[in-house]
Design a protein around this ligand. Structure first.
Ligand SMILES: *[C@@H]1O[C@H](CO)[C@@H](O)[C@H](O)[C@H]1NC(C)=O
Ligand SMILES: *[C@@H]1O[C@H](CO)[C@@H](O)[C@H](O)[C@H]1NC(C)=O
Length: 403
């Protein structure tokens, strides 16, 4: 009897300790926000399939048909003088139909992998200036302010990504609901933005989105929530034939920009220097491997290098993609790289100074704190530490790197 009481006592005490440890793990402050972020994100993708779409009425169907027919002929006209690779860049296509999913072709697919506030709005807009591009601007945005580094979110994220790359919107209900309250996600895709403005009633229709997407010979996806070591499996998929670009930025510039980004404050993944720089190291290790394994379909670009020589870098990038440098792209660069206007999200900037605002904006104490977490990441990617405040204000923070 006494033994039994002691035994229950011990079990009780053990359980109490367990609960305390668990409580601390779950609700101790940094871990707590992290878990809350994950739980929210898991809820998001679980809901994805529940959103049913009403059956399309005949008038909806005929409106979709009209818009699609018009878009098809617009693309055809825009692409009339296009130089198809014809075997160049290992891309075997000689006419538009070869690249159009609607006619059973296989489009040129490209993915930009990066993180919040690393220059990808600028780069995405440059590439999307090409009239044959359908720009999937962060198809994982409905996961909210969460960085995906493995299970449980990596699986559903990859499923969604593969669907997007095949223009399958049938299960994209949750993402589409998200876009309704974040409409710029469609607006930064120029042809989609234009059609959505003129035909609001079909803009969020899944059939419309799939058919529209399938007209475009170049599919561009930008990802800021999924790390390279997860996305890389797409490079092995011969049918998708993806070209993958990792866009990297100095963590001091990224974090300075995030300070002015209100949504960032909702997630630790967006404000914590240690997490950002652990991701930069993880991306570096993955990049070293991929550069060897897929030299013609994987590439790295630093935002600072893009800004220093936008014409040269973009031209090289178009060669990498197997895309012709379209006059619209040159026009975009001419008008968007020379003056600073607009807000934080604007892609108009003086590209010579844009990457380096942090040198004036951040206190040396803030820079020191970031550098404390980021020395390895900065060494890998060729970013020089600032030594004191006067050094910080005028030094060149960018040097060479090798992968
Ligand atoms: C829609 O069109 C189909 C085929 O033309 C027709 O059978 C059906 O009655 C139409 N439905 C409505 C609601 O007009
Ligand atoms: C800051 O660092 C630079 C470079 O090491 C050095 O030359 C300079 O004297 C330092 N300035 C101050 C105020 O410590």
């Amino acid at each position: 009897m006494v033994y039994r009481a002691i035994c229950y006592g011990l079990i009780g005490f053990g359980s109490l300790c367990f609960v305390i440890v668990l409580y601390d793990q779950l609700y101790g402050s940094p871990v707590r926000t992290r878990i809350e972020g994950l739980v929210e994100a898991v809820k998001f993708w679980e809901k994805t399939d529940e959103i049913e779409e009403a059956e399309d009425s005949n008038s909806t169907l005929s409106e979709i048909q009209q818009v699609i027919d018009l878009q098809r002929s617009t693309i055809y006209e825009e692409m009339i003088d296009y130089q198809f690779p014809n075997g160049g860049y290992s891309i075997y296509c000689s006419k538009l139909e070869d690249l159009v999913m609607e006619s059973d072709g296989n489009p040129m697919r490209s993915i930009i992998v990066t993180t919040w506030r690393s220059g990808s709005n600028f780069l995405g807009r440059i590439l999307a200036a090409h009239p044959g591009v359908f720009y999937h601007f962060e198809p994982l945005s409905d996961f909210d302010v969460v960085q995906i580094r493995g299970p449980p979110l990596a699986g559903p994220a990859m499923t969604n990504l593969r669907a997007v790359m095949n223009c399958e919107y049938a299960n994209a209900g949750h993402h589409i609901e998200w876009v309704k309250t974040h409409p710029w996600i469609f607006q930064v895709n120029p042809p989609l933005g234009t059609q959505c403005q003129a035909h609001e009633s079909i803009c969020y229709n899944r059939r419309f989105l799939s058919e529209m997407c399938k007209l475009f010979p170049f599919q561009l996806v930008k990802l800021i929530r999924l790390r390279l070591h997860i996305v890389q499996e797409l490079l092995a998929d011969k049918k998708l034939a993806v070209r993958l670009l990792l866009l990297v930025r100095d963590p001091r510039g990224t974090l300075q920009s995030r300070k002015h980004t209100p949504f960032c404050q909702r997630g630790r993944d967006c404000v914590d220097a240690g997490l950002l720089c652990a991701d930069l190291v993880s991306d570096y290790n993955a990049a070293v491997e991929l550069q060897n394994k897929y030299p013609s379909t994987f590439r790295v670009l630093r935002y600072e290098d893009l800004c220093a020589e936008p014409y040269k870098q973009v031209e090289e990038l178009f060669q990498f993609y197997g895309l012709n440098f379209h006059p619209n792209v040159k026009k975009f660069l001419d008008t968007h790289t020379k003056t600073d206007t607009g807000n934080e999200f604007s892609s108009y900037r003086n590209s010579k100074t844009a990457p380096f605002h942090w040198r004036q904006d951040l206190d040396f104490e803030e820079v020191e704190e970031i550098q404390h977490h980021c020395l390895v990441a900065m060494k890998h990617w060729g970013y020089v530490p600032a030594l004191n405040v006067s050094h910080q204000r005028e030094f060149n923070p960018v040097t060479d790197y090798t992968i």
